[in-house]
Design a protein around this ligand. Structure first.
Ligand code: SAM
Length: 314
């Protein structure tokens, strides 16, 4: 692992012990929401592996689409001075923006924002040398008080929600929540995967993605012999679709989550957060409905990934 040349600090709005309590509570109600898939070491390494796995074409599509769009973004947003990566993950997409702005315009200050301390550290390490300054904020973006803490960064901040992350943050509500904390000079980037009844599930269901989805269960000592992990395509009615995920226990299981002992009966289900996909016009409409004017609409060469660059509507 690269050693950071520049030390950075991470502001903690959400403590590890709070996450641990939340994880046990999520397991008790048999629903693991999105954030827990990026928390424990097994999950972080599975995610990093997924990002570079050739069979996971989405990461590639998103990276290429972003790289191809940055020259237009630099022209569109010459006053941008800060990048705030929302759910930054290991930072590969934010790094593309930082590098291109540095070479074509000026280096941006970088704020990496995520739930996962490990991913924040990876993103900030990756951005070293590409940004004017580095800082991380560990938070739960679903909490309004935490989101509000991101307001007022620099003169013009680009808030980037990339890697199909809008779906994880609630595509119906997040654009408006973000819009409310933005200054008129700030800008926003969102990307999203286009739904395709014939290929979405097969593009998603591969061994590396299964290993990633199994991460939180693996951290509890479960193996694929303890039950079945299911991926199901669920077409929605209003242009928002999902790949649903759930685990079904193959036998009675005794689990230990920190100090809490838990019992999972044979055939019991543990639901997991879904991966959201969109009909193309709906993706852009969701952003407009959140109070934005979409300034740039881009699509990957194969038509399966979308990028929207937007400014707050006055
Ligand atoms: C689909 S990944 C995308 C990562 C990165 N943007 C990329 O494109 O590679 C979603 C990211 O959002 C973060 N995340 C999920 N739920 C979150 C929450 N409630 N608060 C903050 N971050 C969250 C995860 O830790 C993860 O890094």
């Amino acid at each position: 692992m690269a050693i950071p040349k520049t030390p950075f600090s991470v502001q903690v709005l959400l403590r590890e012990d709070e996450i641990a309590v939340g994880f046990a509570a999520a397991f008790a109600r048999r629903f693991l929401d999105e954030k827990f898939f990026y928390w424990l070491p097994a999950s972080v390494s599975a995610w990093v592996q997924l990002m570079s796995a050739p069979e996971y074409r989405n990461a590639n599509r998103a990276l290429r689409l972003l790289a191809a769009s940055v020259p237009e973004l630099v022209g569109l947003w010459p006053g941008a001075d800060t990048l705030c990566g929302l759910g930054c993950g290991e930072g590969s997409k934010d790094k593309i923006l930082l590098e291109k702005f540095k070479h074509a315009a000026r280096p941006l200050a970088y704020t990496a924002v995520d739930f996962s301390q490990s991913l924040l550290e990876l993103a900030l390490t990756a951005a070293d040398g590409s940004a004017l300054s580095l800082r991380g904020i560990k938070l739960d973006i679903t909490l309004d008080g935490h989101l509000q803490a991101l307001s007022g960064q620099g003169g013009s901040c680009i808030f980037a929600t990339l890697g199909n992350t809008l779906g994880a943050f609630d595509p119906l509500r997040f654009p408006e929540r973000l819009r409310r904390i933005m200054q008129p000079t700030d800008r926003a980037l969102f990307d999203g995967e286009v739904f395709d009844r014939d290929t979405t599930l097969s593009g998603y269901d591969n061994p590396t993605n299964r290993r990633f989805a199994f991460g939180p269960l693996a951290a509890l000592g479960l193996t694929e012999q303890d039950g079945e992990l299911n991926f199901e395509l669920r077409p929605g009615r209003q242009g928002i679709h999902e790949v649903a995920k759930y685990f079904v226990a193959g036998r009675d299981l005794e689990l230990q989550i920190g100090a809490t002992a838990m019992h999972l009966e044979k055939d019991e289900k543990v639901l997991m957060s879904s991966s959201i996909k969109y009909d193309e016009p709906v993706f852009f409409a969701l952003i407009e409905r959140g109070g934005f004017e979409v300034e740039l609409r881009k699509k990957s060469k194969d038509g399966k990934f979308l990028l929207a660059a937007a400014r707050p509507r006055c």
